[in-house]
Write a protein that binds this ligand. Structure first.
Ligand code: 4AD
Ligand code: MG
Length: 432
């Protein structure tokens, strides 16, 4: 097979003649010189086609190329500091593969709904390309982080018999003769079982919430990574979350600086993501809100605006721990020092991006867990297997969930989660 060349590797081929396959991103033409810009998925490169160097037929072919037509461009690689990727191709041949019909997305401004309806095409734009590459880097760094620390990846099921994160956001489906099944809201309960088998585990997959809210922070389908560690308490959990976030951000800064530049992301905010991340209790967070004049009542959950006001007081991600137990999930352990609060922690991203991590130490006492299941009006029978984890060698354990799209959105500096996932699912969007 002939060697394939890609735009991102051109630096290693200066002076050589290479053949690139791709799509026409844009072109400019003078009389005796034409500049077709090729996009191949790894980058953009401008071809320089000089009339006197080419047959008339090849030179004229460039005129036929419409935006997004597929073609092959052959030429000699030349370093050109003024060019977008730093290199240009002195064209020796052009072969047309398919002429594209009139492309609906042009360099002019389009509305977001127009673009979301054409998301399958919109992905080709430089901005979306950059976001997807950063998303990939984030996912890779998540896996590298845990794999490098002896965690085992354990996949949790998508069809589940019961709720994990409250019954109000469940997607329901008929499941043969077995009655109802629900799309998973979180792999946590299964991660807990796996942690009792393997010690340090993580589960990573799509999760579903029938969110009726139309906010910029909510999707109905999103990806979540959830580590769970046997014998970890709340402090260990916060230490892990801190190391984890610093690792992800540093990995993006190191490997995806060109993409961050494409997005015009102010990386000064990201450079600051270093240990230690501040840790405050919910009580302290409430004090901040009161000092800022907000009429917040102790016992309520923090809303989006509250989170923004609190996190504005800090220059890096912030951990808020020990929330009122009443507003948190059934599985969270209460603080033995103050049973009104749960040993929970949320990590709030700076710059108003809100909660990116939610986690806790888990209730490890059988009787207390049974009591919580009753208080939350959950069907005990569906949780018998989960209760077994407390019947057979229960130990303290803790974990958290990081939302991939919230993290992508924050690191890329996006306005809305819909651009942080290739094909967003929201209350009012199921296509493409
Ligand atoms: O805080 P949540 O609901 O926590 C859990 O699901 C736990 N079971 C995790 C655990 O302890 N293993 O969700 C965790 C994270 C949030 O911090 C947020 O980043 C993301 O998941 N998230 C969403 N992302 C996009 N759209 C939604 N509707 C989301 N709901 C939660
Ligand atoms: Mg949460």
């Amino acid at each position: 097979m002939a060697t394939k060349f890609y735009v991102e590797d051109l630096a290693q081929h200066v002076g050589e003649e290479v053949t690139l396959q791709g799509w026409l991103y844009n072109k400019r033409s003078g009389g005796k010189i034409k500049f077709p810009i090729l996009r191949d998925g790894t980058g953009l490169v401008q071809g320089v086609a000089v009339k006197s160097n080419l047959s008339e037929e090849v030179f004229n072919r460039i005129d036929q190329l419409t935006q997004e037509s597929s073609f092959v461009m052959k030429g000699k690689v030349r370093k050109e500091d003024r060019a977008p990727g730093g290199y240009e191709l002195d064209v020796t041949d052009i072969e047309i593969l398919k002429i594209a019909q009139e492309y609906p997305i042009t360099p002019k401004e389009h509305g977001v709904e127009f673009l979301m309806d054409r998301r399958h095409l919109w992905l080709r734009s430089s901005r979306q390309h950059a976001i997807l590459r950063i998303r990939h880097q984030i996912i890779k760094s998540i896996r590298d982080f845990f794999d490098g620390r002896g965690f085992t990846l354990v996949d949790s099921p998508i069809f589940t018999p019961a709720a994990c994160e409250g019954t109000s956001t469940l997607f329901e489906t008929e499941y043969f003769d077995l009655g109802k099944a629900y799309l998973t809201q979180s792999g946590q309960l299964y991660a807990e079982a796996a942690a009792m088998a393997l010690g340090k585990v993580y589960t990573f997959g799509p999760t579903f919430r029938a969110e009726k809210s139309k906010t910029r922070r909510h999707l109905t389908e999103f990806w979540m990574v959830e580590p769970e560690v046997a014998f970890n308490d709340l402090n260990d959990n916060m230490d892990l979350a801190e190391d984890f976030l610093v690792y992800i951000v540093q990995s993006v800064l190191k490997n995806r600086s060109a993409e961050l530049k494409t997005l015009e992301r102010n990386t000064a905010f990201l450079e600051r993501v270093q240990k230690p991340l501040p840790r405050i209790s919910y009580d302290e967070a409430v004090d901040i809100l009161h000092k800022k004049g907000l009429p917040f009542e102790w016992g309520n959950d923090l809303g989006g605006t509250d989170e923004t006001v609190i996190s504005e007081q800090f220059d890096r991600p912030l951990m808020v721990h020990r929330y009122p137990a009443e507003v948190k999930a059934f599985y969270m352990k209460r603080d033995p020092q103050n049973p009104k609060v749960a040993l929970a922690v949320d990590v709030l991203a700076p710059e108003g991006y809100g909660e990116i991590i939610g986690g806790s130490q888990r209730e490890d006492d059988l009787d207390l867990l049974l009591q919580r299941i009753k208080e939350h009006d959950l069907p005990q029978s569906a949780f018998e297997w989960y209760l077994d984890l407390r019947r057979y060698g229960s130990v303290p354990h803790a974990g958290f969930g990081l939302g991939v799209e919230r993290t992508v959105s924050w690191i890329c500096g996006l306005d809305h989660l819909r651009e942080a996932i290739p094909f967003a699912r929201m209350i009012y969007r199921l296509t493409p």
